[in-house]
Design a protein around this ligand. Structure first.
Ligand SMILES: [Zn+2]
Length: 100
């Protein structure tokens, strides 16, 4: 798994420790080996720089403000862009205050 390069001045993204946690978690869940991309077959995964969440819809309308969110870590094929969103609560992602 490759580490992605981010500018050192970028604020409040996932820490390097959190990215490593995600990489290790994915590998463990995949049975100890990193699997190739389902689209292009490459093994060039990178962990996104920030948590993201899908926009919630309420009866087909945007529901902005309040309600549940689904914080997710982008897990991206660096070759073709195929992107998975892994729920950070399910993976029990540690907070950025603990490790650094
Ligand atoms: Zn790919």
């Amino acid at each position: 798994m490759e580490e992605d390069q981010k500018p050192p001045e970028q604020p409040r993204g996932l820490t390097q420790q959190q990215k490593q946690f995600v990489a290790d978690w994915v590998k463990e869940k995949a049975g100890g080996q990193v699997r190739p991309c389902a689209v292009c077959g490459a093994i060039r995964w990178v962990v996104g720089t920030d948590l993201v969440t899908p926009i919630r819809l309420e009866r087909n309308n945007l529901a902005l403000g309040g309600g549940n969110a689904y914080p997710s870590v982008p897990f991206i094929c660096a070759n073709c862009g195929n992107t998975h969103f892994l729920n950070s609560i399910v993976m029990n992602l540690p907070s950025d205050e603990g490790g650094s």
